[in-house]
Design a protein. Structure first.
Length: 193
């Protein structure tokens, strides 16, 4: 009986130490910027710098449905214009947190860049309600089956692509972007000419 009890206590001690508090919160993904890595998408709760090789690549021919009138659309609708393509969902707290900042930068830039918010695997009513609550006025589209998000190798939410006027991806940012950093990235990556 004593050897079994000892083994049980040692096992419990090992479990307790392996589950100890960590200084990082695994549910909050820090922002990362990726452009030239090639690991497979991950489904863990933390962000990583892995993702598809995208920098300098033509943006995929993304297809979606517009919120405004439920008509089909594609990224080609914005040809010749720099695009900030932001993937979000109503179930993503980090996505919701950055939406007012995206709207503020969109308004501040006065149409120099096309902002497109892509709601992923969401219910249309929830997405529309959230957009109204956060004051978003830029173009919103939906990707109900997640195929658009998968086509860019999406692995963390939110994900933002910066696409130049030639239709090339110049950067992929995984994680939250707030106004100052977002505007800085847009000016550096898309409005340098």
């Amino acid at each position: 009986m004593i050897p079994k009890l000892s083994a049980l206590l040692v096992g419990l001690a090992l479990i307790a130490t392996s589950c100890g508090a960590d200084s990082a919160d695994p549910t909050v993904a820090p922002a990362t910027t990726t452009a030239v890595t090639d690991a497979a998408p991950t489904t863990t709760g933390t962000a990583s710098t892995s993702g598809p090789k995208l920098r300098g690549e033509p943006a995929p021919e993304l297809e979606f449905t517009y919120f405004s009138d439920e008509s089909p659309g594609s990224l080609a609708d914005f040809a010749g214009t720099p695009v900030v393509l932001n993937f979000w969902a109503s179930w993503c707290p980090a996505c919701i947190a950055e939406m007012p900042d995206f709207q503020a930068v969109n308004a501040a830039l006065g149409g120099e860049v096309q902002f497109v918010g892509v709601a992923i695997q969401d219910q249309r009513e929830l997405s529309n309600s959230l957009a109204a609550e956060t004051g978003v006025e830029y173009t919103l589209v939906e990707d109900l089956d997640g195929s658009t998000y998968q086509s860019i190798g999406g692995f963390a939410m939110p994900t933002t692509l910066f696409i130049n006027e030639l239709g090339e991806i110049v950067e992929q940012h995984n994680g939250t972007l707030f106004a100052e950093e977002l505007e800085s990235k847009i000016r550096e990556l898309l409005l340098t000419g």
